[in-house]
Design a protein around this ligand. Structure first.
Ligand SMILES: Cc1cc2nc3c(=O)[nH]c(=O)nc-3n(C[C@H](O)[C@H](O)[C@H](O)COP(=O)(O)OP(=O)(O)OC[C@H]3O[C@@H](n4cnc5c(N)ncnc54)[C@H](O)[C@@H]3O)c2cc1C
Length: 505
């Protein structure tokens, strides 16, 4: 057996599939294919699975990048049940409440992901005139989640006919409206609007351009908590990988795919950096779509052809994070907070359109050690402060030079708003920038959420789950329908798996 392959070889009598990239999308798809009987090999460039759920362990602290919480564990439970097991047997998910605290520079505060009574009390205090509108939005979320988000998200919308079939659900759930327009039609207070539209930004989209359905992929306003996998999001990726291997799947870590070879219009082989090559009946790329076409398929006419088209699309912003460990504990700072200032629309335009590095931030503060003691040594805390920044195509700055400056400004903002003596308490800190997303994950322009989720880049206008010219080549992940974010890539993997299994088994 090859040293890099962690499980024994495949039964040659079975159909085989290769999945490139062990992020959440690749893991979910690989599990579904393997569970359905396809001999599946998952190849990952990095030494660990999880993709953008990256983990660093330093001085007893565990730092992570990527989502702060699971808004809804149901898609993961469903995925696990496909393997004949219960997710609860594999890992512990802690309920986190509040799921998110919004804190504005004018002193306003709102906790979402709390009990119904607590939420009503807070809205009555913050925006009493919006109580009825908030209830209306909640009702919309409940209906549109099933009829709009789930139905459309889990279907392959890659043909005009499929899109036409989806149209009634889209109209019924008001998916044609922008998130901001829908929220704004129901609630008027600016704080409440900004908090309720935040899920769209978490999926890398602008609330002004993205469909209202993108409000539904994250925590719903009525949810009473968020969910945290004990050990961190990377532990979740490890548990998924272990389950895939228990099903008989093969995992190949630390060996990037460098080329996909074709015979006629079929991808026949994946070639890795180590020189290892594997033959497969079907190949799926769960890696960045531009990287896939530009680099992995560069020897085929289809590669540069699609890469050229992708280069002309709009990409979502990138992210800059300051990871820091502090002496002391802060039980009053919740697991996830969002610190907002006075500018909102202008700040979003700076990020998505103008590509400037603003003086003010929209800052997401992740504090996992408050709900999971395994993330920091006793008496100490782990934090991550993330700000969205324009991608490298719009803001081509040298992040190695700029990072220390922004790091100081981000820490100063957290100090000013929440932890006054922060600078005396820092045990260790480091940053991750758009540049790392390019170098470590092959993200085009360092865009953290890939193709922007706008009306012109959604549904059938996103990258299709199946390439239209290469007969056995598929794609999943953030660039494909329904888009980026944990719930979206899991839904997309489900749609792609059902399409592949129809065609291959
Ligand atoms: C900083 C940040 C914050 C985020 N915050 C949130 C949030 O709060 N809520 C939310 O829902 N979503 C959030 N997201 C988005 C969400 O996490 C992603 O959309 C989702 O996890 C992407 O999963 P994926 O599997 O499509 O891609 P990835 O996680 O990028 O996985 C792709 C994998 O492919 C591998 N790969 C690349 N090239 C090759 C190659 N040549 N050979 C082999 N392997 C290769 C990569 O190493 C990687 O492991 C965030 C993303 C980032 C970056």
């Amino acid at each position: 057996m090859d040293a890099l392959s962690k499980t024994p070889g495949r039964d040659p009598s079975r159909r085989s599939a290769c999945v490139v990239g062990a992020g959440l999308a690749g893991l979910a798809l690989a599990i579904r294919l393997q569970a359905a009987g396809l001999a599946t090999t998952l190849i990952e460039a990095r030494d660990a699975p999880g993709g953008c759920l990256r983990r660093w362990q330093r001085q007893g602290f565990t730092f992570e990048e990527g989502p702060s919480l699971l808004a809804d564990p149901a898609p993961l439970r469903e995925l696990w049940s496909v393997t004949g097991e219960d997710l609860g047997n594999a890992m512990a998910l802690a309920e986190v409440t509040p799921a998110c605290r919004f804190n504005w520079s004018d002193g306003a505060q709102l906790d979402l992901g709390v009990s119904e009574a607590e939420l009503a009390r807070q809205i009555a205090r913050l925006a009493p005139d919006d109580l009825a509108g908030f209830e209306e939005l909640r009702r919309w979320c409940q209906t549109a989640r099933i009829d709009g988000w789930q139905r459309l998200g889990e279907s392959a919308l890659d043909s005009p006919a499929a899109a036409l079939r989806a149209l009634p659900a889209l109209v019924r759930s008001q998916g044609w409206r922008s998130a901001w327009s829908l929220v704004g039609s129901m609630v008027k207070d600016r704080h409440l609007r900004e908090a309720l539209a935040f899920p769209v930004l978490q999926a890398g989209a602008s609330p002004f351009a993205a469909s209202a359905l993108h409000l539904l992929g994250q925590a719903l306003p009525g949810a009473s908590c968020g969910w945290w996998p004990i050990g961190g999001m990377a532990a979740l990726a490890e548990a998924l990988t272990a389950r895939f291997e228990q099903l008989g799947g093969t995992v190949r870590l630390g060996d990037p795919v460098v080329r996909l070879h074709a015979v006629g219009n079929r991808i026949s082989e994946a070639e890795c950096q180590s020189g290892w090559r594997g033959h497969f009946d079907a190949v799926v790329s769960a890696a960045d779509a531009m990287h896939t076409y530009r680099d992995l398929l560069k020897d085929l006419p289809r590669g540069p052809q699609v890469a050229g088209k992708l280069a002309g699309r709009r990409y979502s912003p990138s992210a800059f994070s300051v990871h820091f460990a502090l002496e002391g504990t802060w039980p009053g700072i919740p697991h996830h907070s969002v610190l907002l200032g006075t500018r909102y629309g202008e700040l979003i335009a700076d990020l998505f359109d103008h590509g400037v590095l603003p003086q003010d931030f929209m800052l997401s503060l992740h504090h996992p050690s408050v709900s999971d003691p395994s993330m920091a040594p006793p008496g100490k805390s782990t934090f991550r402060a993330t700000i969205p920044v324009a991608h490298l195509g719009k803001l081509p700055i040298d992040w190695v030079t700029v990072a220390p400056l922004i790091q100081q400004r981000v820490l100063a903002e957290v100090g000013r708003r929440l932890i006054p003596d922060i600078h005396d308490r820092v045990v260790t800190s480091f940053t991750t920038s758009p540049r790392d997303l390019v170098l470590e994950l092959n993200y085009h322009l360092g865009s953290a959420w890939s193709l922007e989720a706008s009306a012109l880049q959604s549904g059938p206008l996103r990258v299709a789950h199946k390439d239209s010219k290469l007969a056995n080549f598929y794609l999943v992940g953030a660039a494909t329908h329904p888009g980026a974010g944990v719930a979206a890539v899991l839904a997309g993997a489900k749609a792609a798996a059902s399409q592949m299994l129809k065609e291959l088994t």
